[in-house]
Design a protein around this ligand. Structure first.
Ligand code: HEM
Length: 162
């Protein structure tokens, strides 16, 4: 199995974990746990967590919610790094699986939109409509990544059978 295929699958798995973690964040009612939102892009809550970038302790009840919110953002950074690495590796494959590469590019654009929406979710004090759009884009993003995975699987199978 090629590194590209491993990476496409890793992107799907890390995104899945991020989505489930987002559901945990919502279910625990911790969406506003990082501080005060503001009308500006920069607030104590975004991109900071309670005004700083240090990791809140998961071992104290008072900071557990902030930890869950912080980890949601951290996982979105991890997902971005894995997806960019996947794009680079798949883009350099010879022959390049063009369809997979295009679908990965689309998912990268959707990921950027998702991160922007995360900012709006926080700075709108978890407005229900914005939060629903955040969920809708996350679901669509995951679907697009699955398509990339299936296309990658088929492309590798074709290459292997000559
Ligand atoms: C980049 C990929 C991301 C994905 C796939 C993602 C996905 C999700 C999902 C599935 C939920 C649960 C929604 C629900 O159950 O209704 C959620 C909640 C949330 N996300 Fe994200 N998210 C991402 C990035 C971010 C970023 C960068 C932020 C920035 C702060 C953010 C902020 C939030 C907040 C505050 C909630 C909780 C909303 C609430 O409590 O009502 N997300 N996210």
């Amino acid at each position: 199995m090629s590194a590209g295929k491993y990476l496409v699958y890793a992107t799907i798995i890390v995104t899945y974990v991020l989505i489930v973690w987002g559901a945990y964040l919502t279910a625990g009612n911790w969406g506003g746990a990082c501080g005060n939102p503001s009308a500006n892009a920069v607030s104590s809550d975004w991109p900071y967590c309670n005004g700083g970038l240090s990791i809140p302790s998961p071992f104290h009840t008072a900071s557990y919610g902030s930890f869950v919110e912080y980890m949601h953002r951290f996982l979105s950074v991890v997902t971005t790094v894995v997806l960019v690495a996947t794009l680079i590796v798949v883009g350099r494959m010879k022959p390049r699986p063009v369809a997979v590469f295009r679908v990965l590019l689309l998912s990268f654009l959707m990921l950027l939109v998702q991160i922007g929406l995360g900012n709006v979710v926080v700075n709108s004090s978890l407005n229900p409509i914005v939060t629903a759009i955040h969920l809708a884009n996350a679901t669509a993003l995951f679907a697009v990544m699955i398509v990339a995975g299936v296309l990658m699987y088929q492309s590798e199978k074709r290459t292997a059978s000559g």
